[in-house]
Design a protein around this ligand. Structure first.
Ligand code: PAN
Ligand code: ZN
Length: 191
């Protein structure tokens, strides 16, 4: 496969990568991912954009080809849950990923199929390493957009179904004193 060098420009504040592809996720795309379904219904009329991913993808197929992207997660809540990404496992468990937070404040929620769970802080400059076997979701716990750069192998693939069906073991919700980590009562373990 012939790779072509490229130069791209990221706006660190807005997260926009010039000339990149964009994926947009609205509330209607991920209503089932939030635990407060009454809150979802209240917000569905407006159907806000919850996050965007600007990305430059290589042709899938080789672990030596890397995709790059910037995710921009809007601030706000759906009920007591902060705005977050769907979250996914990589279909290829040998495909890791690196995140670098550019602006905002978030949490990176991680778990394995064996039931290990971890939550890492995301603040500007935080570099998070995600081993291939760990599902990952980002949660914006701040008042401004959470913007982070990511690089991952082009053969990673996305398993969204497991999370859609079983959820994450831990949820980040807005507590009286700020972000609070709780066990997800609806979580269905795999093992
Ligand atoms: C990221 C994510 C991005 C959006 O680029 O795809 O933050 O999250 P969801 O894909 O879970 O909706 C990444 O982890 N790529 O592999
Ligand atoms: Zn990923």
């Amino acid at each position: 496969m012939h790779e072509i060098p490229y130069n791209a420009h990221i706006n660190f504040d807005s997260g926009v990568i010039d000339d990149a592809q964009v994926t947009e996720r609205r509330l209607s795309d991920m209503a089932a991912f939030y635990h407060d379904q009454e809150a979802v219904q209240r917000l569905l009329d407006d159907d806000p954009v919850l996050y965007r991913v600007y990305y430059i993808a290589q042709e899938a197929g080789s672990p030596s080809l890397w995709n790059t992207g910037v995710s921009v997660i809007e601030p706000g809540r759906v009920g007591d849950e902060y705005i977050m990404t769907k979250g996914h496992y990589h279909l290829n468990p040998e495909a890791p990923e690196v995140y670098l937070t550019l602006s905002g404040t978030g949490r990176l929620v991680l778990q394995t199929r064996q039931g290990e769970a971890k939550v890492l802080a995301m603040t500007p400059g935080a570099m998070n390493y995600i081993p291939g076997e760990w599902a990952h979701r980002t949660v914006n716990v701040g008042d401004e957009p959470l913007v982070f750069f990511a690089v991952w192998p082009s053969d990673a693939g996305y398993d969204y179904d497991t999370i859609a069906e079983r959820g994450f073991a831990r949820l980040v919700i807005a507590g009286d004193d700020g972000p609070q980590l709780i066990d997800n009562p609806a979580f269905i373990p795999e093992s």
